[in-house]
Design a protein around this ligand. Structure first.
Ligand code: MG
Length: 378
């Protein structure tokens, strides 16, 4: 496809964005892919996709029922690697910005897909933002390379698949009735992740505790504005079987978070406060650990480096996800034998997953024994 034809295709893509569509069959998947012009051996193509959430996703500062997404694939000598960009609003990216970014990526200058460092450094240099778009290429490249080698990434990294952690299942902020329903749905999971940060925080926990004594972790999504209130809540939560608290206060409240951490009986984990590798270096003494997500880290390559750095700083590590298909969730799961906690339920929160990948068996992340990131398009 020539450049001009591609731009025309992008225009059609923009029309598609105005009318969100779902891809429910393999035929439609192939119909809608927009291909990058490439004279090289690697061929990049992508298609917009709207994730439909099973329940409205209510957080301390937002609510939504869909998540924009872009599916990506890279083809090379008969192999196809799949990737994905998922864009929750707080990341500041959109289907339009991701498609624009992907349309600038020219892989024809690389004849060897194994030059991962070179390729990803080039992709990173195209624009300073667009982390989810960068992640989609990183994931597709890892999938491609693993398939060429015939091995899953946990094996390539030398990780023990038995060491995968339990994963939590998310209970969003909601009415008592919906919270009860979600706790029922979560029965295969051994840890519950509870979203907090509104006036009904204590009532939500009391509801959950009236149904189950499973351990919980709490994600406040920056919802507590006072360090004294945060400390009081954390003591209260500890008595109710909470393991750790994620992003209790706004990311800008660095001194207050350090104050809280010094006094907190539970580990304080950073999420919204950071995105990429260099951000972690200033966290020593402020947070006890970090929640890495591929959509923030620009993918698996940098996420691996982040785990290494966090461990060197004696920090806890959690691997999380956005609402995503099994594609990006299974890619993140490849790193899970290295972390303390996993929150890999993004694929379970949507009703139109278009990949088969990781399984949760008795609450534990179970990696597919399949090459690459281990997913199959449905
Ligand atoms: Mg979080």
């Amino acid at each position: 496809m020539k450049r001009r034809q591609f731009i025309t295709a992008m225009g059609l893509g923009a029309l598609a964005l105005a009318t969100p569509f779902s891809l429910s069959s393999a035929e439609r998947l192939t119909d809608k892919w927009l291909s990058q012009p490439s004279s090289g051996k690697m061929r990049l193509s992508f298609t917009p996709y709207e994730l439909q959430l099973r329940h409205a996703f209510n957080l301390a500062k937002s609510s939504r029922t869909t998540t924009p997404d872009v599916l990506v694939r890279i083809e090379y000598e008969g192999f196809t690697g799949y990737g994905e960009a998922s864009m929750p609003p707080y990341l500041g990216e959109s289907i339009d910005s991701v498609c624009r970014f992907l349309s600038k990526v020219d892989l024809s200058q690389f004849s060897d897909p194994f030059r991962l460092e070179d390729i990803l450094a080039y992709v990173d240099s195209i624009d300073k933002d667009n982390r989810t778009a960068k992640a989609s290429i990183d994931i597709a490249l890892h999938d491609l390379l693993g398939k060429i080698m015939g091995q899953p990434w946990y094996k390539i990294w030398g990780l023990n698949p038995e060491r995968t952690p339990l994963t939590s299942f998310t209970i969003g902020i909601d009415t008592e009735e919906v919270v009860r329903q979600k706790v029922e749905e979560a029965h295969p999971y051994k840890v519950l992740k509870v979203k907090m940060g509104l006036d009904n925080d204590r009532a939500t926990i009391e509801t959950i505790r009236s149904m189950t004594d499973r351990p919980i972790c709490v994600d406040v999504n920056q919802g507590w504005d006072s360090k004294e209130h945060a400390l009081e809540m954390i003591h209260w939560l500890k008595e109710r079987g909470c393991l750790f608290v994620e992003q209790p206060m706004p990311k800008e409240m660095i001194d207050e978070t350090a104050w809280l951490r010094e006094r907190s009986p539970l580990p304080i984990i950073a999420d919204e406060a950071f995105q990429r590798l260099p951000d972690i270096t200033r966290f020593k003494g402020v947070y006890d650990g970090i929640n890495i997500k591929l959509m923030k880290s620009t993918g698996m390559h940098e996420a691996y480096k982040m785990i290494t750095l966090a461990r060197a700083l004696d920090m806890k590590v959690m691997i999380g996800c956005m609402t995503e298909t099994s594609c990006a969730v299974t890619a993140a799961a490849q790193l899970s034998p290295l972390v303390d906690w996993a929150d890999l339920d993004g694929n379970l929160l949507i009703s139109n997953d278009c990949f088969d990948g990781l399984k949760i068996v008795e609450g534990k992340v179970t990696l597919p024994d399949a090459p690459g990131i281990g997913v199959t398009p449905l």
